[in-house]
Design a protein around this ligand. Structure first.
Ligand SMILES: Cc1ncc(C[n+]2csc(CCOP(=O)(O)OP(=O)(O)O)c2C)c(N)n1
Ligand SMILES: [Mg+2]
Length: 273
């Protein structure tokens, strides 16, 4: 087991570097909120999800809805590393004609299960997918990742209420609780806490963990799956910009940031293309 966590840590380092390179080459992007979800995405795609890059449209696959769709580059880094599309494509991020727009688009990118970016909407799609799986007697999971700023959107609560009432035990919602939104601290702008109490009120099996600790993530997902009565909410306490000193030091300013070529090449230890 320890070996698995070591593997995931090493993999997450690779993914972080790809994210920093991708946005660095473009010159600007949502670096903070992309880096805060690298660990959960790494866990899901390298340990937990039933997906096959060679058969990306398999109807029985697990689904991932990145409701905070502006963090697309983190998902693209994982999908490229897993072979959904050629690694070279990361150089085209958000450029004309690209398959990798800044926000997730299921019609453009192989492996992306839902278009997202208009905050608040993705979770509803995930809930619909989980309900559809139940109606079709499918044996799969739907995972959704929402942001803490995103959790100020009213649609989030409609989706939670419905999923909780329908006991969608094949749905696991992760809140990327990095405590910052576009222009300030979430607590100061419009506090979403206590979010665990909200989850419980909506009849979710609710947990709160360190979102950068693979052991905690693994245990929480196992607990979520061991119970069969409720939809699950896992609040991930995370750090915006996690792992990239430049971004972490910017604080709220790392929501969308620019950095020069030297900065990303140094971080990635990559001096040639
Ligand atoms: C409906 C909607 N309103 C506004 C925006 C612009 N926007 C993009 S990201 C963001 C902040 C979201 O904060 P959070 O969910 O905490 O994202 P994270 O910290 O994970 O980057 C905003 C307001 C949007 N994408 N959609
Ligand atoms: Mg946030």
């Amino acid at each position: 087991m320890k070996k698995d966590y070591e593997f995931l840590k090493t993999k997450a380092d690779v993914i972080r570097k790809l994210v920093v390179e991708m946005i660095g080459r473009l010159g600007v992007g949502h670096i903070g909120g992309a880096l805060s979800i690298v660990d959960i995405l790494t866990y899901l795609y390298y340990k937990e999800m039933k997906v096959d890059p060679k058969n990306p449209n398999d109807s029985n696959r697990d689904r991932l809805v990145l409701s905070k769709g502006h963090a697309g580059p983190a998902l693209y880094a994982v999908l490229a590393d897993k072979g959904y599309f050629p690694m070279e494509e990361i150089k085209t991020l958000n450029r004309p004609g690209t398959n990798l727009p800044s926000h997730c688009d299921m019609n453009k990118t192989k492996g992306v299960d839902m278009t997202a970016g208009s905050l608040g909407q993705g979770l509803s799609a995930a809930v619909g997918m989980a309900l559809a799986s139940k109606l079709d007697n499918m044996d799969n999971y739907v995972y959704a990742i929402i942001g803490d700023g995103e959790a100020q959107e009213g649609q989030i609560y409609e989706a939670l209420m419905f999923a909780g009432n329908k006991k969608l035990n094949n749905l696991i919602v992760f809140l990327d609780n990095n405590k910052m939104q576009i222009d300030g601290m979430t607590e100061e702008i419009n506090d979403i806490e206590p979010f665990d109490k909200k989850g419980e009120a909506f009849k979710f099996f609710t947990q709160r963990i360190n979102g950068h600790c693979f052991e905690s993530i693994d245990e929480a997902v196992k607990r979520a799956k061991a119970q069969k009565e409720q939809a699950s909410l896992i609040i991930l306490d995370t750090v915006k910009g996690k792992g990239f000193k430049f971004a972490e030091e910017l604080g709220v300013g790392c929501h969308s940031a620019s950095y020069d070529e030297k900065t990303w090449r140094e971080y990635c230890n990559k001096w040639e293309d």
